[in-house]
Design a protein around this ligand. Structure first.
Ligand code: FES
Length: 179
């Protein structure tokens, strides 16, 4: 007996099956896309990690015990520093636009992000008391970055750094912002 060579018919049931499958796929993709973008956001255009060279007002080895030197992130191009180990509002990887190079009262050198660990206001050096004070809600920090007075409960964040090519420069882990 000869086999039938007639093409399979594209029935209404087949059409409805494909239509439902397409609709379901489109619904799932539309629902998942925003979640995926939230979980793995694309880096802003032109943004890249880079070492940032900072010129301090005085060489590191001339910052006396109990003294600190403020510095800002360079703006040509626009840069920011990457916090290394902050607590509270200063999550590791968060950005800072300034910092302090400090020699604490025990003679140990630190480079901190300028952000208060409470809600991120820029701290200021209190050279009389030898503390970092936050003007926003009154938090105070010892020069080694630990909390002296709340509401902050976490220490200041270190910045990862190394000595620069000159005695008054340091090279800090940072990011070029691309705007
Ligand atoms: Fe510094 Fe609140 S932001 S105390």
């Amino acid at each position: 007996m000869a086999e039938s060579t007639a093409p399979a018919r594209f029935t209404r049931r087949t059409f409805l099956g494909w239509w439902m499958a397409g609709l379901l796929t489109a619904t799932v993709v539309t629902g998942l896309a925003p979640i995926l973008v939230f979980l793995w956001p694309a880096p802003p255009k032109g943004q890249k990690k880079t070492p940032v060279t900072v010129a301090l007002d005085k060489p590191l080895d001339q910052i006396a015990a109990g003294e600190a030197v403020k510095f800002d992130a360079p703006t040509t191009p626009n840069t920011a520093f990457i916090m290394a180990n902050g607590g509270g509002d200063n999550a590791p990887g968060a950005l800072a636009f300034g910092g302090f190079a400090v020699t604490d009262t025990d003679g140990k050198q630190h480079v901190f992000a300028i952000n208060c660990s409470h809600l991120g206001c820029p701290i200021a050096l209190n050279s009389t008391d030898k503390t970092f004070d936050c003007p926003c809600h009154g938090s105070r920090f010892h020069l080694d970055g630990t909390v002296l007075h709340g509401p902050a409960t976490a220490p200041l964040s270190d910045l990862s750094w190394k000595q620069g090519p000159d005695s008054n420069t340091i090279v800090v882990d940072g990011i070029e912002l691309g705007f």
